[in-house]
Design a protein. Structure first.
Length: 346
């Protein structure tokens, strides 16, 4: 486990992919979505049949299994749908497998490109010099190779901005201290680790120029479901007039017809709190609750940075527009967007 040990896990079946999601070897909405796409490809290659309908039925069941591993993940839902539809369009078994694999590779490439654009766009919102506070992990370890919020910090550092990154440890799994700090050390970016409960003190002291976080799922009105602890961080930033940016690909934006209240907010295992490592760190027999996600109302969010630009409040119309897959970046707009163009209603 990072930071003590770095290893590469190779999987060969869709059930092994599901296992790595469940135990958080694979984590982060976009990375899980790409892994889910490849899980379906592995499943298509594991079934030995010449019956198209039998294969389609099997793949549909596998798709449900994969989604059940991370049911709140909208990007995973979309990637599963795309890969299955690519397979269903085939007329012969061999084409099912090749078309699904092509679609999975396309999803992978799109995610990496989106993350790099988010990093580029987001970097222009960061000060030339100052302190940025973040939490959890929104870097290369949680994406297909670059990062969202941490990607913006990375791009700003590459542009020679003089930033000090303050990282909240992010209980209970310590993604901030174990993963984000590890990435920052590898990148050579100056950083300081703090306990979660010190975030308010740092923000109130005037030592923080802005807060940047990733977002797991975004409602049509701009509310954001994110790692537990995001909501209080946004409230504290708002109370102290510190900008609070959510950086997330458009694949995480719900379309307007979706019912936001139906999202399943998942609780995780009690052992993450009771026994993070081998020694038990609380008295035996205590009651506990370990929610993994909270929802930050849009009124606390300064802007949502996507690969298509930065959206400022009120969010509604632009989020709906950006959530549509055919809303892309025109070549002539890409340079302007990379310099932090905002899309807000007048």
């Amino acid at each position: 486990m990072l930071p003590q040990e770095q290893s590469v896990v190779t999987v060969h079946t869709h059930t092994e992919v599901i296992s790595t999601v469940n135990n958080m070897q694979i984590r982060g909405t976009s990375l899980v979505a790409v892994a889910g796409a490849y899980a379906l490809v592995l499943a298509s290659k594991s079934i030995n049949t010449l019956d198209l309908q039998r294969m389609f039925n099997y793949l549909g069941d596998v798709g449900k299994e994969v989604l059940d591993a991370n049911p709140m993940n909208l990007s995973l839902e979309k990637s599963i749908s795309r890969v299955l539809l690519a397979g269903y369009a085939a007329k012969v078994i061999s084409s099912v497998r090749s078309q699904m694999e092509d679609e999975a590779i396309a999803i992978h490439r799109e995610d990496l490109a989106a993350n790099q654009l988010i990093g580029e766009i987001g970097s222009y919102l960061l000060p030339t010099e100052g302190a940025i506070l973040t939490m959890s992990n929104s870097g290369a370890l949680a994406t297909t190779g670059y990062g969202t919020a941490l990607g913006a910090i990375r791009s700003a550092h590459n542009r020679s901005k003089k930033l000090q990154v303050i990282v909240a440890e992010t209980r209970p799994m310590l993604e901030g201290s174990r993963l984000t700090m590890w990435e920052l050390v590898q990148l050579g970016i100056p950083s300081t680790l703090i306990v979660d409960s010190a975030s308010g003190k740092y923000i109130a002291s005037g030592k923080v120029n802005c807060v940047v976080v990733g977002g797991d799922r975004i409602s049509p009105t701009g509310d954001v479901a994110g790692v537990i602890g995001t909501y209080p961080l946004a409230v504290i930033a708002h109370a102290n007039q510190v900008p609070f940016y959510v950086m997330s690909p458009t694949s995480n934006i719900d379309q307007s017809e979706k019912t936001w209240e139906s999202i399943g907010l998942v609780d995780r295992l009690s052992t993450e709190i009771l026994q993070f490592s081998k020694p038990l760190i609380v008295p035996k027999g205590v009651n506990m609750h370990n929610p993994s996600v909270d929802i930050t109302p849009s009124k606390y969010i300064t802007g949502i940075v996507t690969e298509k630009g930065t959206i400022e409040p009120p969010f509604g119309n632009d989020l709906e527009k950006f959530s549509k897959p055919n809303t892309g970046i025109h070549q002539e707009d890409s340079k302007e967007m990379s310099h932090g163009q905002s899309f807000a209603k007048s």
